[in-house]
Design a protein around this ligand. Structure first.
Ligand SMILES: Nc1ncnc2c1ncn2[C@@H]1O[C@H](COP(=O)(O)OP(=O)(O)OP(=O)(O)O)[C@@H](O)[C@H]1O
Length: 269
């Protein structure tokens, strides 16, 4: 879990974000921040507004209102390109990999390295891909195979490597373990902790409470477009979070669990 001191600016602040579709308030005045080295779980039923909020942060959807600040400065994220320029990258559940291409080609897809003569620099892309993939997983093999032949876990490694290579600061991960078996889920968990140790902030959109309690420092819960809870993971139980997801409120008489006092960052939430 993150033990980063909280004396710097947040990596990102979403302030009073609004998104409407006709009468549907998909995102209703949501404010949320993310700090370096922090993993924040974003939870909620289908239709709660998680995807819309994350799509707004990834530049894929324009909000109707609100403000986004990256490292303290107000930004306008009019496209995924704008978001990437701010160090914000999204790994969707589908991973966005081109199945017929190999790992290096996928890592550099759309951002290929060129020689000084303007040709594709395949040798350098292979060398750099090998370096970053092996840093994440020393057992990564089959760099020349189309990624369709790789396991779900290896495919996740490529998607994460792509983010790391391009120096992402804020990573949005959409259900990263939904399609994985137990050992690959554990490997992705290890990767997430590695990213966290490098100071990357992660929004983890998930329906899996086990993953959330295993990996996240904080959890935010959305219900019908509104944020109904934002808690350090140490102060809530799974039942508390389920109550927020289902009823939009904590159980009657709720009190924070007490062992969060051991976490020095807790006081700053
Ligand atoms: N392009 C769109 N046009 C109209 N309504 C939309 C659009 N995108 C989302 N919505 C509506 O906005 C609300 C929030 O949807 P959103 O996809 O953000 O929920 P979610 O919490 O991500 O759900 P899921 O877990 O199913 O992805 C829903 O009522 C949804 O029907």
């Amino acid at each position: 879990m993150s033990q980063q001191p909280r004396d710097s600016a947040p990596l990102v602040e979403l302030i009073d974000i609004e998104k409407h579709f006709g009468g549907v308030r998909a995102v209703n005045g949501v404010s949320l921040d993310l700090w370096p080295g922090e993993v924040v779980g974003v939870l909620g039923h289908n239709g709660a507004g998680k995807s819309c909020l994350m799509r707004i942060l990834s530049g894929a959807m324009a909000p109707n209102g609100g403000e986004i600040r990256v490292r303290g400065a107000r930004v306008s994220l009019d496209s995924p390109h704008d978001a990437r320029a701010q160090g914000i990258e999204t790994i969707y559940q589908t991973l966005g990999l081109a199945d017929h291409l190999d790992a290096p080609a996928n890592l550099f897809l759309g951002r290929e390295l060129k020689t000084r003569f303007g040709n594709l620099d395949d040798r350098r892309m292979l060398r750099e891909a090998r370096e970053v993939l092996h840093r994440l997983n020393p057992n990564f093999r089959n760099l020349g195979d189309p990624v369709s032949r790789l396991s779900g876990g290896q495919r996740q490694v490529i998607a994460i490597a792509r983010a790391i290579y391009f120096e992402v600061k804020i990573l949005i991960m959409d259900e990263p373990t939904a399609a994985l078996g137990p050992s690959e889920t554990a490997m992705v968990g290890k990767l997430i902790r590695q990213l966290q140790a490098e100071g990357i902030g992660i929004f983890l959109v998930s329906h899996d409470l086990h993953d959330v309690f295993d990996l996240c420092d904080r959890v935010v819960v959305m219900n019908k477009g509104s944020m109904v809870g934002a808690h350090r993971i140490s102060e809530v139980s799974k039942d508390d979070v389920l109550s927020l997801i289902i009823k939009g409120e904590l159980p009657p008489g709720w009190r924070p669990r007490h062992h969060e006092a051991a976490d020095p960052a807790a006081a700053a939430v």
